[in-house]
Design a protein. Structure first.
Length: 229
């Protein structure tokens, strides 16, 4: 029985690649470095902004990370101003979330994006209070970021569900590791930042090519008839 779906944010619920790229490139430009592409952004994102900037700086020649510490401050300032730049939900996401709500399945978000910016995205795109539980990166509160499982476990405890009743959905290797580490039923989604091969290499329980595939997974597991609304 699926009683809860826990979603990654960037590359799973929303296409936020342009906001991330814009913030990285403003930071790089402030140091006189060349910008990164959309495809590079997709590869560098997923493990939090500190790793994002480390990867971007190295890719643009700062191998010794001379600009690293200052880049974190500058990135955070730039990202605060443009974290919603061209951000939009992927096709079919609103339908999927509506289906889950209508069938009593709790919905949650767990992101490695800084918590304040994650909530800006979630509330700005879906509306405040839409999800049953939501969290960005909160290492300062003692919750390790993904792929550590503690965030998934915290969500499950608060919502009163077991790991066997949770689908964890994400688009990167970090997400596959997170779901597997937590003991959740892990779903790789191919519409985000990484390709199918990366996801399949972790042998998740399911691979979904469109949010409608997740609807079908829940229907099959929960025994929901096709004509039920």
């Amino acid at each position: 029985m699926v009683r809860c779906c826990i979603f990654d944010l960037d590359g799973t619920l929303v296409n936020s690649v342009y906001a991330i790229q814009r913030s990285v490139n403003q930071t790089l430009e402030s140091f006189g470095l060349e910008p990164i592409s959309v495809e590079e952004t997709k590869q560098y994102a997923g493990d939090g902004y500190k790793k994002l900037m480390e990867r971007a700086l190295k890719a643009r020649g700062d191998e010794k990370l001379a600009f690293y510490q200052e880049s974190l401050t500058r990135y955070s300032a730039f990202f605060k101003d443009c974290c919603l730049y061209r951000v939009e939900p992927y096709d079919g996401i609103r339908t999927l979330l509506g289906f889950l709500k209508n069938h009593g399945v709790k919905i949650a978000v767990l992101s490695n994006k800084p918590h304040a910016r994650a909530m800006d995205n979630i509330n700005g795109i879906f509306g405040e209070g839409y999800f049953d539980w939501a969290s960005g990166e909160r290492e300062s509160e003692g919750i390790p970021k993904k792929p550590a499982p503690e965030g998934v476990w915290a969500c499950a405890r608060e919502l009163g569900v077991s790991m066997e009743e949770c689908l964890y959905l994400g688009d990167t290797n970090t997400d596959m590791k997170t779901g597997i580490n937590a003991g959740a039923v892990t779903v790789g989604v191919t519409w985000g930042f990484r390709d199918r091969a990366e996801l399949e290499s972790f042998s998740p329980a399911y691979i979904a090519d469109h949010p409608s595939d997740v609807v079908q997974i829940v229907k099959d597991v929960n025994g929901i008839e096709e004509d039920e609304q």
